[in-house]
Design a protein around this ligand. Structure first.
Ligand code: AMP
Ligand code: ZN
Length: 473
C-alpha cells in the first residue's frame, strides 16, 4: 500500500513514497533514548520527527505501528583518540551508576519516566511499544546465535562475539562508508589489538570479564549486548521481520544504522529488512553542538522554568525542515511562544466572526497537507499559515477551521484558550470614534486615532466590510 507521504530515503538518496509492505499499516522503528540522562531538546527534535510522520499518515487514515527502543544497557561512550571517534569500554549507564552510587537500572527507570514526561509536554504521541534492552536480552541472544550459525559472526580472542563485516558485501550503502575505504580506528569501536579479525568488525556481545552489573549468561560466556544488535533484534521481533520506515538522528546513520542493516539483512538471509531510512538533521544551540562541555544543553525543564510553553519549542522545530541543520536560540523560542499565543488568541476571536466556507476549508487544508507530504515541507506550511492569518478574503471562521484541522498535525493546541484580556473601554471608544471619523471622511482624524490605537497594541485595518482590528503581539 503506497501512501501519499513522500520522504527522503538516506540509502537511495532520493525521495520516495512511504509504503506499507503488508498493505495494512506502516511499520515504523524509531531509535529511542539512552536513558542515563535527561533527553535534551536536540534529542526531542528527532523524536518529534516520528510524531510528525505518524500524524500526517493518521490524517490520511493510514494506520501505523511504531516501536521505539529504550536503551538501558550496552551503549558505550565515545571517546576521541587521535582525532577519531572510538568507543571506550565504558557503558553509559554504568558510568552514571558509578558516579551516583545507585544501580544502573534505577537510573534507567528515572530517565525513562522523564523521557515520557518530556514527550507529553511536546504533544509527541507515544509509540505503540517501548521495548527495553535489558528485558529483551533473549531476543538478542537468539539473533546472535543465528548469526554465528550463518557464519556472519565469530568469537574473538577476547571471547566477545563479533559481526564479520566482510560477510556483508553491501556494507556502507546507507552512509557511503564502504569497507574498502574505511581505515582502522576510523569511527570504530576500540578493541584490544587482535581480538577481532578485521578492524571494521563490531561486537554483538561483549564478554563480561571484570564487569559484574548488568551481565547475562549465554552459551558463549557471561557478558552483555552491543548497542547495534539491540535495534536489529527488536525491530525484527516486534515488526515481524520487516520495517517500512526506520527513523533516527543523522549521527546514527553510521555506524549504528549501517551495522544494524548488516545484522538484520543477514538474519533475513540477504533480504532487505528496512525499506526506507529517514534521518533528522542535528540541532545546534546558539551556533554550537549541544554538549555538557560546551555548557549549552537545553532541556524542556529550562523552558518551563522561564515560563515558556513547551509547545513553543515544537513550533520552532516545525518552522525548520527536518533535513536541515537547525540553530536554536532563546530569542527564537521566545518569538515562537509569542506566536503560539497570538494564534490561540486569533482562534478564539475568529469564532465570533463570519461563518465558514466548507469548500475553501477543504481546498486550503488539502494544499497544506500536500506540503507536509512533500518531504515534510513544514517551513512552507508556516509561510502559508501566516499568509492565511492575514488574508482578508477568507471569512474568520474559515480561517479558524483551517487552523484547527491542520493543528491535528501541528499539535500546537491552538484551541487552548489563551488568557486574553478583554479590550479596554478606552480601546473600545477609540475604535468607535475612528469608525465615525471614516464615515465622516475625516481621514486626518482617522489616522490620528489609528496611531493612538497602535500605542495600545491594537492594529486597525480598513476592509470592504469596514474597519477590522487585531491585537499586536
Ligand atoms: P541518544 O539518547 O543519545 O541515544 O539519542 C537519541 C536520539 O537523539 C538519536 O536518534 C540521536 O540521533 C538523536 N540526537 C542526538 N543529538 C541530537 C541533536 N543535537 N539534534 C538532533 N537529534 C539528536
Ligand atoms: Zn537504534
Amino acid at each position: 500500500m503506497k501512501t501519499s507521504l513522500r520522504l527522503y530515503d538516506t540509502k537511495t538518496r532520493a525521495v520516495h513514497n512511504v509504503a506499507a509492505a503488508n498493505d495494512k499499516h506502516v511499520k515504523i522503528y524509531c531509535c529511542g533514548p539512552t536513558v542515563y540522562r535527561d533527553a535534551h531538546v536536540g534529542n526531542l527534535r528527532t523524536f518529534l520527527l516520528s510524531d510528525l510522520i505518524v500524524r500526517i499518515l493518521n490524517f490520511r487514515d493510514v494506520p501505523v505501528y511504531v516501536v521505539q527502543n529504550i536503551t538501558d544497557v550496552g551503549h558505550m561512550n565515545e571517546n576521541f583518540i587521535a582525532g577519531n571517534i572510538v568507543e571506550s569500554t565504558e557503558d553509559k549507564m554504568l558510568e552514571e551508576a558509578n558516579r551516583r552510587h545507585i544501580p544502573a537500572l534505577a537510573i534507567a527507570r528515572e530517565f525513562e519516566a522523564k523521557f515520557h514526561a518530556d514527550l507529553a509536554l511536546l504533544n509527541i504521541s507515544p509509540a505503540n511499544l517501548y521495548p527495553r534492552a535489558s528485558e529483551t536480552i533473549d531476543l538478542m541472544i537468539a539473533a546472535i546465535t543465528k548469526l554465528l550459525a550463518s557464519g556472519n559472526a565469530y568469537q574473538g580472542t577476547d571471547e566477545s562475539i563479533y559481526f564479520a563485516a566482510n560477510s556483508f558485501p553491501d556494507y556502507g550503502a546507507i552512509s557511503g562508508n564502504r569497507l574498502g575505504a574505511l581505515k582502522p580506528g576510523h569511527r570504530y569501536e576500540y578493541v584490544d589489538d587482535g581480538a577481532k579479525k578485521f578492524h571494521a568488525d563490531w561486537a554483538l556481545w561483549k564478554r563480561a570479564h571484570n564487569r559484574t552489573e548488568m551481565v547475562w549468561e549465554t552459551p558463549w560466556g557471561d557478558g552483555f549486548p552491543g548497542w547495534h544488535i539491540e535495534c536489529s533484534a527488536m525491530s525484527m521481533e516486534y515488526l515481524q521481520g520487516h520495517v517500512d520506515l526506520h527513523l533516527g538522528g543523522i549521527d546514527l546513520r553510521f555506524p549504528h544504522h549501517e551495522n544494524e542493516r548488516a545484522q538484520s539483512n543477514s538474519l533475513l538471509a540477504g533480504k532487505e529488512a528496512v525499506d526506507h531510512w529517514v534521518h533528522g538533521e542535528h540541532l545546534l544551540f546558539e551556533g554550537r553542538k549541544m554538549s555538557k562541555s560546551a555548557g549549552n544543553v537545553v532541556l524542556v525543564q529550562d523552558l518551563l522554568e522561564r515560563g515558556i510553553d513547551p509547545l513553543a519549542l515544537r513550533l520552532c522545530f516545525l518552522e525548520n525542515r527536518y533535513r536541515s541543520q537547525m540553530d536554536l536560540t532563546w530569542d527564537a523560542i521566545i518569538a515562537a511562544n509569542t506566536m503560539i499565543q497570538r494564534w490561540r488568541g486569533r482562534i478564539s476571536e475568529w469564532k465570533n466572526g463570519s461563518p465558514s466556507d466548507e469548500v475553501l476549508i477543504d481546498r486550503e487544508v488539502e494544499s497544506l497537507i500536500n506540503d507536509f507530504e512533500n518531504d515534510l515541507d513544514t517551513p512552507k506550511v508556516f509561510q502559508r499559515l501566516r499568509a492565511l492569518e492575514k488574508d482578508l478574503e477568507l471569512t474568520t471562521n474559515t480561517k479558524r477551521e483551517v487552523f484547527l484541522r491542520i493543528d491535528q498535525v501541528l499539535g500546537l493546541d491552538l484551541e487552548r484558550p489563551e488568557a486574553l484580556t478583554e479590550i479596554s473601554a478606552e480601546v473600545s471608544q477609540l475604535l468607535a470614534a475612528r469608525e465615525q471619523a471614516r464615515a465622516d471622511k475625516d481621514f486626518a482624524l482617522s489616522d490620528e486615532l489609528r496611531d493612538k490605537l497602535a500605542l495600545l497594541k491594537i492594529e486597525v485595518r480598513d476592509t470592504a466590510e469596514g474597519q477590522k482590528w487585531d491585537r499586536i503581539y
